[in-house]
Design a protein around this ligand. Structure first.
Ligand code: NAD
Length: 467
């Protein structure tokens, strides 16, 4: 049985921020607690005919906005404490990026590598069935998404299970992170990593803040280390590299590697696919353990795997000036304190990895409106741009080539609109947090909690208490 260590850790950060808010203890307690905790067990008939009991959870942390929203995790670390903590983080994350959902999280305690594809499908569908039975899945009640160990395939199975049991015209909106033909939105797969990139880039743009860290403003030339090359880690590393930063270290389950001259991400991924490991890649140096690289020289350290990776055992030796929390809960409370004393800029998880839920929100909107973003406007925009370009042309002594015309008059498609909405969200929210940080002389994590507490608190004040 868990002792709610992780959930307590989240509440510890909440309490540190609550001091700066105007709300009374009763209201703060209501914001903090988990509204619904559902523990599920069900049998799985394995391919060899044996029966195994599967343990799962779904936690709806806050009903101040509906639906609640949060990923489903398949991992051996899943327990009640972890699911509660991650659900709470979802509430605060959604508030920080102005996504109108309450927070939730789900998980199944399995190591998915021990199961066949068919078994994973049966586990996912039975879990979805159990959620539906108790009202924990639906477009207006609770909408899951992928998380550690799950992806678009599992989300597709969840949708199909829902559709088999419910006649609901909005069925597609019951889950996000789906494959595109099933109502997924373009840009969702890479959204979390893309959002991490926008957030780190924004932090690096603040010249004054960078000077305080002894760094130049801008992403260009900054070195970074990434832990985890999964969905979030890979996409973060990709956009960071494309944005001019240099990948110098990588940690994966099998170990960690470092090369101060830079690591080519795509070649590394190819190498890992071929050999099953990152070790031995190119000119990289193999470090002792899979956490050793976290302590190596770099400007930006990006944990993008699991929680509690930066803890008392390594915090005092971390050399990065910026800790960018792409994973959920990667830094323990006391490690946070150590890094803060050493004036490391911590860009917190409940802001930085909110790109996933932001684009999930766009996907949910798309599903409810039953139309692809840009479908109505694209041609109209292109026509309008062409008219403007024709006027411009008449004042020039040459005409645009058809190629130039196509490029300049391109109307926004779904990916463009999603990416633009995500970029706007990450920039706008960073500015909100940075302003609070400066106003109260607090760190960005406390600012993110405070920002969330204020938004959720106002909702409760305005809604009143039922009945
Ligand atoms: P994923 O399963 O796609 O990838 C996780 C990666 O971490 C895998 O490649 C795995 O091999 C690696 N890993 C596991 N243990 C490791 C270790 N000890 N050292 C180094 N690498 C290790 O999962 P993901 O979706 O990328 O999620 C990663 C983190 O980001 C989680 O904390 C998750 O909660 C968080 N997150 C994910 C999303 C999303 O949209 N997927 C959104 C917000 C937050």
């Amino acid at each position: 049985m868990s002792d709610y260590k992780f959930f307590k850790q989240v509440n510890h950060a909440f309490d540190a921020a609550a001091k700066y808010s105007r709300f009374n203890k009763g209201l703060l307690d209501q914001i903090k607690i988990c509204n619904n905790v559902y523990r599920i067990t069900f049998p799985l008939e394995r391919d060899d005919g044996t029966i195994e009991v599967i343990h799962g959870w779904r936690v709806e942390h806050s009903h101040h906005k509906l639906p609640t929203k949060g990923g489903i995790r398949f991992s051996m670390t899943v327990n009640e404490d972890e699911t509660m903590a991650l659900a709470a983080l979802m509430t605060y994350k959604c508030a920080v990026v102005d996504v109108p959902f309450g927070g939730a999280k789900g998980g199944i305690r399995i190591d998915r590598t021990n199961y066949s594809a068919g078994e994973i499908e049966r586990i996912t569908r039975r879990y979805a069935y159990e959620l539906i039975k108790k009202g924990f899945l639906g477009p207006g009640s609770d909408v899951p998404a992928p998380d550690y160990g799950t992806g678009a395939t599992e989300m597709g199975w969840i949708l199909d299970t829902y559709r088999q049991l419910k006649s609901d015209i909005n069925a597609e909106a019951c889950v996000t992170g789906k494959p595109i033909p099933q109502g997924g939105v373009r840009g969702r797969t890479e959204a979390t990593g893309r959002g991490v990139f926008f957030g780190v880039r924004e932090a690096c743009r603040k010249a004054g803040d960078m000077t305080e860290l002894g760094l130049q403003p801008g992403l260009e030339g900054k070195t970074f280390i990434i832990q985890g090359l999964g969905n979030v880690g890979y996409h973060t590393a990709k956009y960071m590299s494309e944005g001019g930063a240099r990948l110098v270290g990588v940690a994966e389950i099998e170990g960690s590697i470092y090369d101060p001259n830079g690591i080519e991400l795509e070649k590394l991924v190819e190498y890992r696919e071929e050999t099953g490991s990152i070790l031995g890649f190119g000119a990289t140096k193999e470090l002792g353990s899979n956490t050793a690289v976290l302590e190596a020289e770099c400007d930006i350290l990006i944990p993008a795997a699991l929680e509690n990776q930066i803890n008392d055992s390594n915090a005092s030796r971390i050399k990065a000036k910026i800790l960018a929390e792409a994973a959920n809960g990667p830094t323990t409370a006391s490690a946070h304190q150590t890094l803060k004393e050493r004036e490391v800029l911590i860009i917190p998880d409940n802001y930085l990895n909110a790109g996933g839920v932001t684009v999930s929100y766009f996907e949910w909107l798309k599903n409810l409106s039953h139309v692809r973003f840009g479908r109505m406007e694209k041609r109209f925009e292109e026509g309008s741009y062409r008219k403007i370009l024709n006027v411009v042309e008449s004042g020039l002594d040459r005409s645009f080539t058809e190629e130039e015309m196509k490029e300049l008059a391109r109307g926004a498609d779904e990916y463009d609109l999603v990416d633009s909405g995500l970029e706007e969200t990450m920039i706008n929210s960073y500015d909100q947090l940075n302003e609070l940080r400066k106003k109260h002389d607090i760190d960005l994590r406390t600012a993110a909690f405070l920002n969330a507490i204020e938004k959720v608190g106002v909702m409760y004040e305005q809604m009143g208490i039922f009945p």
